[in-house]
Design a protein around this ligand. Structure first.
Ligand code: SAM
Length: 423
């Protein structure tokens, strides 16, 4: 197979002047940016960071004159890293690359259609969790299923959700190709932030993203197609899916979009990603080119990133029957379903918690789950999914339950609710 270098590939897609500006920028560090958590006192966080001399600047990305301002660029003096700030450790903000932070905002950007409360949102490839945190924070009434099969990355996902005090997520660990069948046409929104070659992230200076390997790219493109089929199966008719990658090559991006449109012709519509400042390649294909969004280091001061948005216009019943994905035997063993406890029959606390039982009760607008040692908080909208999927983590652990039944808080900022005292 003929191998072409990363820059040779980019050269075919940009004008001469654009290309030389790209070359001078693509390995340089990009401007840092953060996502401030609205659910953790957003305005107070902004005031405290400003008092510390941090200058928070919205990007130049807009939609119908409104700036996408959920992620902000940071200018600051001093050499301490963003992650070492106390407000970061307290989960008041998350360090989020600007272009990556656009995917969740684009998924939620509505075209005027009224959005029901309590949506089910699937984040199919979720670790380390930046986009799940954003999806959960932007829409506190919704249930976010954050799926991640890699155990090491899932640990990082769980730690990040916990640090940021996110209560409306369920963490699962399926191979993403299975979830389309398990959640067939149940999800109002799906984010497929796919595993990719990372071409476009050269500023990270990691060998894996610096070294172009076309064979690997093609293998990844195949996995992305299988994941898209699953993501699209999980999506309800009439609702939206965002496909994103942090890569700049057209095999994983535009060619995949063309494949999705062909594979699901008649039930899939490509929607315009409404970002007025997005970039184009010189592909000369208007059906895809004008609608998807690309981000470039030399134009937008971000890493390379790609976003496409779709709507499901018809059910996939036929497809579901004919193309159900059959996982290998080893996967079935790894992901075999474990029966969850019978939450629905224990929706009130009866004063005794045994080794295995989990009791649950609803107070105000929260759902509490108590096992022998841990009290967790989440939202009642998760209930239908508690016995539908094998769950790695439900909501947010907020207190240890001590032997005498009293509670020892394990998060600094408990939500403002009356807490059951254990007596
Ligand atoms: C680009 S990263 C996701 C980043 C994440 N959305 C965020 O914002 O933090 C892609 C993730 O897909 C996961 N992945 C790889 N193969 C997968 C599969 N078959 N099903 C689901 N996820 C997979 C990887 O482990 C990786 O964590």
């Amino acid at each position: 197979m003929k191998r072409i270098s990363y820059l040779d590939m980019v050269k075919t897609l940009l004008s001469e002047s654009d290309f030389s500006s790209f070359v001078s920028t693509y390995t340089k560090p990009i401007t840092k940016s953060i996502k401030i958590l609205n659910s953790q006192g957003g305005q107070a966080t902004i005031a405290r960071l400003s008092a510390d001399g941090w200058n928070l600047i919205p990007p130049r990305f807009s939609r119908k004159g409104n700036v996408y301002d959920d992620v902000l660029f940071v200018e600051k003096t001093g050499r301490e890293s963003l992650g070492s700030h106390t407000l970061h450790q307290e989960g008041k903000f998350y360090v989020q690359e600007m272009a990556a932070g656009m995917a969740a905002q684009v998924l939620y950007a509505s075209d005027g259609k009224s959005q029901p409360r309590g949506q089910l949102v699937l984040d199919l490839c979720a670790a380390p969790g930046g986009k799940s945190i954003q999806l959960a924070d932007l829409n506190c009434d919704s249930v976010i299923i954050s799926n991640e099969p890699d155990p090491h990355r899932r640990k990082a996902l769980e730690a990040n959700l916990e640090r940021c005090g996110i209560i409306n997520t369920l963490v699962t660990w399926y191979d993403g190709r299975q979830l389309g069948d398990l959640l067939f046409e149940q999800c109002d929104k799906v984010l497929l932030d796919a595993p990719c070659s990372g071409e476009g992230m050269q500023y990270k200076k990691e060998f894996t993203v610096y070294q172009r390997n076309e064979k690997k790219v093609k293998k990844l493109a195949h996995l992305q197609r299988e994941l898209f089929i699953s993501a699209f199966k999980a999506l309800k008719v009439g609702w939206e899916l965002v496909y994103s990658t942090c890569t700049t090559n057209i095999i994983e991006n535009e060619e995949n979009v063309a494949y999705f449109l062909q594979e699901f012709a008649g039930s899939l519509e490509l929607l315009p990603v409404e970002i007025e400042e997005k970039s184009c390649w010189l592909l000369g294909d208007d059906t895809i080119d004008g609608k998807v969004a690309r981000f470039r280091p030399h134009v937008h001061h971000t890493g390379g990133f790609f976003i496409a948005k779709f709507r499901k216009t018809a059910s996939l019943c036929q497809y579901q029957v004919s193309r159900a994905w059959t996982p290998s035997k080893s996967l079935w063993t790894a992901f075999r379903r474990v029966s969850p406890p019978d939450f629905l029959n224990t929706l009130h606390f009866d004063g005794w918690i045994s080794e295995e039982t989990i009791v649950a009760w609803i107070e105000e607008r929260y759902l509490f789950l108590a096992s022998k040692h841990t009290l967790r908080i989440t939202i009642p909208a998760v209930i239908p999914f508690l016995d539908q999927l094998y769950l790695q983590r439900v909501g947010l652990p907020i207190a240890k339950i001590l032997q005498d039944g009293s509670l020892k808080p394990i998060v600094a900022n408990l939500p403002k609710i009356r807490l059951w005292t254990g007596k």
